[in-house]
Design a protein around this ligand. Structure first.
Ligand code: NDP
Length: 489
């Protein structure tokens, strides 16, 4: 049996207690995961602290970059194996996990490029003989908490910026997706990262809670559900440390009458059925202008019915299983609520079964029509392959409905009217707006949300700011004698 051992300093650490890694396609336990004790968490934080103080913060940016590029090389070389492991563990289709591994390497390279370009400013003062400048300093030890839907991709949104800025890290992956993270940390040791830069502790929410309350942690970055995010933010507030939160969404994907439907309809499919909807950026609320509502509803119903659901390792498969049993049950329960509250089932509506599907956690690609704003399926993050389609009358109506949830992660706008696109960009509550595209990402482009979707930015140069604080330096090079009892301004 494969065992996912933790990485603490230079050691691969096993445990007396293990939990199962279950393949959601076969239902079989394919690995066991070493569960951290509080002593393991203490040891990981201590290893990260020791390395930060003795080594990593003093390592020149160009050397941090060299190691990050070496890790990018290793991930690219090993992409097929890592993707296979990830797909085994969480059921994401192999096309997607392979792309995620290459994107992980891309993010590492982007931030390797930043590592020796973390600049301060020189600030002219209104006093002669005084020199003022700023430097950006790493916080120290970062706790990175990642979810099960994309363990490595979520880590790749955090780790490269944290390392480039000079922090060391303790990663706590989800209990439903730990294996690849342990493997990834081993690769980092193999390419020569100093022990203690990247540590991994496994376990459930209690381990994450202990880590985020730990006195040795200087900054937290979390991706996951909004409820957990609030609890982690409370832990951070008690210790007065910074936290970035990449939480869920109920993102509006808005199709206007004037949209190019040949692009918009596949864009709606990409928004909700890619990754079986288990993605924070799922465009789970499709807002369609009345003039094209029936056409779009019919087309999406047909397309949803044609999606190839099955073995996530088959390159032809378009939608794999749900990653774990609690999430599977949650999706089915919310679908039932949708029906009870009066939404029309246009496609799917229940578990997917037959042949190879009978072994795994499969749900049919589901489209609900005639959804109203007050329904729970229009307000709550379902995190599954369930699309709610809502009609709107005009631009103002679209903006009002789009912003009428507690979330604000991303939004999609489909129109050929450039003025309208800009008016929407100005008005939508979202950290990312995609115009005539959906689910597009880039290492250079900052990502993150507003409202209950969280705060702080991942990727892009903005992420470096999240992992550094500004230190101001004032230096008096004059021979002037100054009054010791008067503040020097
Ligand atoms: P969680 O938010 O509970 O899990 C995310 C991570 O936080 C996991 O590593 C989890 O560990 C850890 N965690 C859980 N509780 C705590 C705690 N008190 N302190 C510190 N860390 C903790 O997500 P769920 O798996 O429960 O999913 C629930 C919902 O959250 C989903 O249905 C979906 O709506 C949303 N979600 C959003 C994601 C996103 O990408 N924005 C990703 C995942 C979920 P463990 O898994 O071991 O409990």
């Amino acid at each position: 049996m494969n065992v996912a051992r933790m990485v603490i300093g230079a050691d691969l650490v096993d445990s007396d207690v293990h939990f199962d890694a279950v393949n959601p396609f076969t239902g079989e336990t394919w690995a066991t995961v070493a569960q951290a004790t509080t002593a393991d968490v203490d040891a990981a934080v201590a290893a990260a602290r020791e390395c930060f103080v003795s080594t990593w913060r003093k390592t020149p940016g160009v050397e941090r970059a060299r190691l990050m590029n070496a890790l990018a090389d290793a991930v690219e070389k090993d992409a097929a194996r890592l993707a296979d492991l990830e797909t085994t563990d969480n059921g994401k289709i192999i096309r997607e996990t392979t792309t995620q591994m290459h994107f992980t390497a891309r993010n590492l390279r982007f931030f390797a490029g930043c590592a020796d370009k973390i600049y301060g400013r020189t600030i002219p003062l209104d006093k002669p003989g005084m020199f003022d400048y700023t430097v950006r300093e790493p916080y120290g030890v970062a706790a990175l908490i990642t979810p099960w839907n994309s363990p490595i991709a979520a880590l790749a949104n955090k780790l490269p910026a944290a390392l480039a800025a000079g922090n060391t890290v303790v990663v706590k992956p989800s209990e439903h997706g730990s294996y690849t993270t342990c493997d990834f940390a081993k690769l980092a040791l193999d390419v020569g990262f100093p022990p203690g830069v990247i540590n991994v502790v496994n376990g459930d929410g209690a381990v994450g809670d202990y880590l985020t309350r730990h006195p040795g942690i200087d900054i937290i970055s979390f991706t996951g559900g909004s409820g957990t995010g609030s609890r982690i933010a409370a832990n951070a507030a008690i210790r007065t440390i910074p936290v970035t939160l990449e939480l869920g969404g109920k993102s509006p994907n808005i199709i206007f009458d004037d949209a190019n439907l040949d692009k918009a309809i596949p864009g709606a499919v990409a928004g909700i059925f890619a990754a079986a909807g288990q993605t924070c950026v799922a465009g789970s609320r499709l807002l369609v202008q009345q003039g094209v509502y029936d056409q779009v509803l019919t087309a999406l119903g047909e397309l949803a019915g044609r999606i190839k659901v099955g073995d996530p390792k088959n390159p032809a498969t378009e939608m794999g299983p749900i990653a774990n049993r609690p999430q599977y049950d949650r999706i089915l329960a919310l679908m039932e609520v949708g029906r009870e509250q009066g939404a029309t089932v246009v496609a799917g509506g229940g578990p997917a079964s037959g042949g190879e599907l009978n072994r795994g956690l499969f749900i049919e690609p589901t489209v609900f029509g005639h959804v109203t704003e007050d329904m729970r399926i229009a307000q709550e993050e379902i995190f599954g392959p369930v699309l709610s389609i809502l009609p709107f009358t005009d631009e103002a109506d679209a903006i009002r409905i789009a912003n009428a949830t507690e979330f604000g992660l991303v939004a999609g706008v489909w129109t050929q009217n450039i003025s309208r696109a800009h008016r929407l960009i100005d008005s939508l509550d979202a950290g990312v707006v995609w115009v005539n595209t959906y689910r597009s990402n880039a290492a250079q482009a900052p990502f993150g949300g507003v409202k209950r979707s969280g705060y702080g930015r991942e990727r892009g140069e903005d992420a470096i700011e999240e992992y550094t604080y500004v230190k101001n330096v004032m230096l008096d090079y004059s021979d002037l004698e100054r009054d010791p009892f008067q503040v020097k301004i």
